[in-house]
Design a protein around this ligand. Structure first.
Ligand SMILES: [Ca+2]
Length: 574
């Protein structure tokens, strides 16, 4: 594949590396665009929509996994890291997609599942055959504990991240294997050097093909305590974004192990040694920001020399931070404190595992525009999930017909309870956030051919929430994203600048304000989180309006101006 990578205008000496300035758009390949009418999105389908993404203005694409897989977890269960699942295309399609993206100045980040494989992977098929198989130690096998009344108990009390026990008994050898997620996704044993080597080879192979980086699935589960002590009890019934403890267990010995922080540096070194432009690594990890920072830096306080691990980690706390000025002021302050430059926070409001961002904003387009303005003007790398730019909403599907294996583990839960949990950010049927991309008013929202059956149903709102309709409407959410992405790309203070929160005492309580500065340029952002108009002092003697969710850029602005309900503005003090 091509080594060519896009050059960007900001690549001049002294500019921040491209990945610090970029905007990321996540594509779930199965749901983006179906090019051959089998109802399943595919790589040629993504290729045919690259111009849409260029026009929108996103810069880096993250593709969920499309490797060989029995698709029990829709690609997050890989059975061969060197082949592509036939429903998504061929290796040639993959190359055409990469070349097509690079030609347009887009970059592509792959979704690498290092923690586990599919139960169908050749390594696991071998591993489970006998206790002396050469691949036995590729996975985590332990004998059970004998119960006093006979029978076997699991080796210890470790739970999977989703609640049920993580150990699974295999009768062939009468031992238990461990899986951090679902039972058909056995965890690899990173204490085996052969596993580390094999997975680093996979990483080198794909980045060597010219891909621009990796998103690392449940990276914080790689290493566990080598002595396998049981985890302590916890009072927490459910895990949260900044604390993986839950289901009445503290995950002390099975999650965020110090050896995983160390492996982040091993991985970084391997990636840095590759020829070509710099790549970036972003880890899917869960925990308090102060702990997650340890994946990025070996020092307790980040400095340029010490930023030697993953380039970025997801900070999922934003997903459940209420859309209020005080809550986001506190969140930004925390992220700035824990991820000072050259570290960089990330801002994410949805992905393939979470309720869609529209629900976080109460399915209110005004509040979605406000959130988009925050996400694209705050200091950090924004991650946009496909369809978020349209305000696509969650599908509402019954649990009993779910294709998602996670829902199958909770199939006895009533739909009303599942809906209640979804509103609180816990998505048990992830089909609901993975609906087909809404392209037009055509049959199946233009996702596939009219006579095909899409793998998931399209949303009933698709006839009025789709690309064609919103591109033609300058007041649509899509148009708002497009204007924001264009402004960010041409404004160094927004994509590379430092951030200072405006003093809250001089602002109404429902207004959040911050200034971005870079190389003598200053830009102010003011966000009205309330349903009421608010009078605010605009910084500067003759402030200029660069962007507003409600007004034309360049409109007159007075030094004491009125922000409409949920209006967000970007100004230059001048
Ligand atoms: Ca297809």
């Amino acid at each position: 594949m091509s080594q060519a990578s896009p050059t960007s205008p900001g690549a001049a000496a002294g500019a921040a590396p491209w990945w610090q300035r970029t905007t990321v758009y996540q594509i779930y390949p199965r749901s983006f665009f179906d090019s051959n009418g089998d109802g399943i999105g595919d790589l040629p389908g993504i290729l045919s929509k690259l111009d849409y993404l260029v026009e929108l203005g996103v810069e880096t694409l993250w593709l969920s996994p499309f490797w060989q897989s029995p698709q029990q977890d829709f690609g997050y269960d890989i059975s061969d890291h060197y082949r592509i699942a036939p429903e998504y295309g061929t290796l040639d399609d993959c190359q055409r997609l990469l070349d097509g993206a690079h030609r347009r100045g887009l970059r592509i980040v792959l979704d690498m599942v290092l923690n586990h494989t599919s139960i169908e992977h050749a390594w696991f098929r071998e591993s489970r055959k006998s206790r002396t198989n050469p691949y036995r130690d590729h996975y985590i096998w332990r004998p059970g504990r004998k119960r006093r009344l006979g029978g076997d108990a699991p080796p210890n009390n470790w739970r999977s991240l989703i609640g049920p026990g993580g150990w699974h008994h295999d009768p062939t050898t009468d031992e238990w294997y461990f899986a951090s997620f679902l039972p058909f996704q056995p965890d690899l044993n990173y204490r085996n050097p052969a596993v580390q080597q094999a997975m680093l080879d996979v990483v080198r192979h794909w980045l060597g093909q010219g891909f621009d980086g990796l998103r690392l699935d449940i990276f914080n589960c790689l290493f566990k305590d080598a002595a396998f002590p049981s985890n302590p009890l916890s009072l927490r019934p459910l895990p949260s974004e900044d604390n993986p403890d839950g289901f009445f267990q503290s995950f002390r010995h099975s999650v965020n192990h110090p050896d995983t922080f160390a492996f982040a540096r091993t991985l970084r070194q391997a990636v840095d040694q590759l020829p070509g432009p710099p790549r970036f690594l972003v880890g899917e990890v869960f925990g308090a920001p102060s702990i997650l920072r340890r994946y990025c830096t070996s020092a307790s306080h980040g400095s340029a020399e010490d930023s030697d691990g993953l380039h970025l980690v997801f900070l999922f706390k934003s997903l459940r931070t209420p859309l209020t000025a005080p809550a986001f002021r506190a969140l930004i302050a925390e992220f700035e404190r824990e991820f000072p430059a050259p570290l960089l926070p990330t801002y994410v409001f949805g992905n393939h595992d979470r309720p869609r961002a529209s629900e976080h904003a109460g399915n209110d387009p005004d509040r979605e525009r406000l959130r988009a303005t925050l996400q694209l003007t705050v200091r950090g790398v924004p991650f946009i999930y496909y369809g978020e730019e349209l305000g696509m909403q969650n599908l509402d599907l019954p649990m009993r017909t779910a294709l998602d294996p996670l829902a199958a583990s909770y199939r006895l839960l009533p739909d009303a309870a599942a809906r209640f949990l979804r509103r609180r950010g816990m998505l048990l049927n992830r089909d609901e956030c993975r609906g087909p991309m809404q392209w037009s008013r055509a049959a199946h929202a233009g996702f596939t051919s009219p006579d095909a059956t899409p793998w998931l149903p399209t949303h009933p709102l698709a006839p009025r929430c789709n690309v064609a309709v919103e591109q033609a409407d300058s007041s649509s959410l899509y148009s708002c994203y497009r204007r924001l992405l264009a402004l960010r790309a041409k404004t160094p203070a927004l994509h590379s600048g430092a951030l200072a929160l405006h003093v809250s005492e001089v602002l109404p309580q429902s207004i959040l304000g911050y200034r971005r500065t870079h190389d003598g340029q200053a830009v102010d952002v003011l966000l009205n989180f309330s349903a009421e108009s608010q009078q605010v002092d605009i910084p500067g003697h003759q402030p200029r309006l660069l962007f507003s969710t409600h007004r034309q850029a360049g409109s007159a602005l007075s030094r004491s101006d009125i922000l409409a309900p949920y209006e967000a503005i970007v100004t230059e003090p001048a």
